[in-house]
Every structure is written in structure tokens, then in C-alpha cells.
Design a protein around this ligand. Sequence first.
Ligand code: SF4
Length: 186
Amino acid sequence: MERTFETLKNEIKSCQKCDLCLTRKNTVFGDGIAKTKLLFVGEAPGQMEDEMGLPFVGRSGKLLDKMLAAVDISRTKNMFITNIVKCRPPNNADPTDTQRQACAEYLKQQIDLISPKVIVCVGRIAATSLINPDFRVTKDHGKIYKKGEIDFMGTFHPSALLRFPQNKEEAFKDFLTLKSFLAQLS
Ligand code: SF4
């Protein structure tokens, strides 16, 4: 059977490849435009995301949406957003290496289906998983890393921006860089 967004979404819904299936309410596949140049990847669903089955819908997600809207990027227009793991780790713990590895194939398949030109890693877990295990957000955010056909950027997780609002300006500069970079690609 040809794999589509729908077949992959259904496969993930019934996934039991790691222990997070035992505590999730909903799997969180992702949200946005299925064919787009721009993919955002966070670390894992939180409580609201687990309840609603959608990524980045809590306070931090709203902040991210607002900052992106200011540079004309939105999930209804020109981006897709998902996470490294599709089920919520209890107590919002960092997903373990075992959980990340168990879920990695799903993200790979999403990347194959979406064919993004740029992947933005939102926060440390996504950036250390996809860009470089030594990635440090405060030092390396906003830089472009070419890996094969895809360019990667890491930036602050919006929940970190809620805790440390002094970093919002730097995060917004990353999105301005992203916007200019995307304009060069078209
Ligand atoms: S986190 Fe990923 S691998 Fe683990 S149960 Fe959920 S969908 Fe499956």
C-alpha cells in the first residue's frame, strides 16, 4: 500500500513501539501543510497536545504561532509542525534515547512525504537529535546547517521563552533569518 499522510497517521495512532503508548491519551502526528518547504520539529507533546492530539497548542505553542505570524509563517499557509516523539512523556520528561529511536522512523517518513527544504529544530532535544548531539541552543541558534539536500536551523523552544522572555528578541531574529533564507530558495 502506498504510504500517505493518512496511512502513516493511522499507523502511528495504534503504535506500541515504546512505553509512551501506555500513558498517552492521543498520539500527536503533526499539523500544517502536507507539502511545504518548511518543517518545524519540537521534542514531544505536552499535556494540552496529548489531550487535543495536536502539536504546540498550549501557551508555548500560541507564542510560537504569534512570533511566526509576524514573519508570515503559519501552519495554515506554509509550514508543517511535529515532534521527535509522537506521544507525551509523563510529567513532560525529556524523551529518552530509547523512545526517540523507537519513534525516529515516523519522523523520517514524514520528512520523505513532506520533502521540506528547511527543518527548524525547536529546542535542545530536536536540535541534538537532528543537527548535532553537541548542539547548544544559546550558542548555536539561528545558524544554518546543510545536511544533504536539507538545511537545518535550531532555535529556542517557546516554553523556554516563556521561562526566559529575555531570549525572545534573539528567537525573533532567528525567524527573520529564516524568512530571508526561505526567500532565497524561491
Ligand atoms: S512515542 Fe512514537 S514509538 Fe513511542 S509509542 Fe508513541 S508513536 Fe510509538
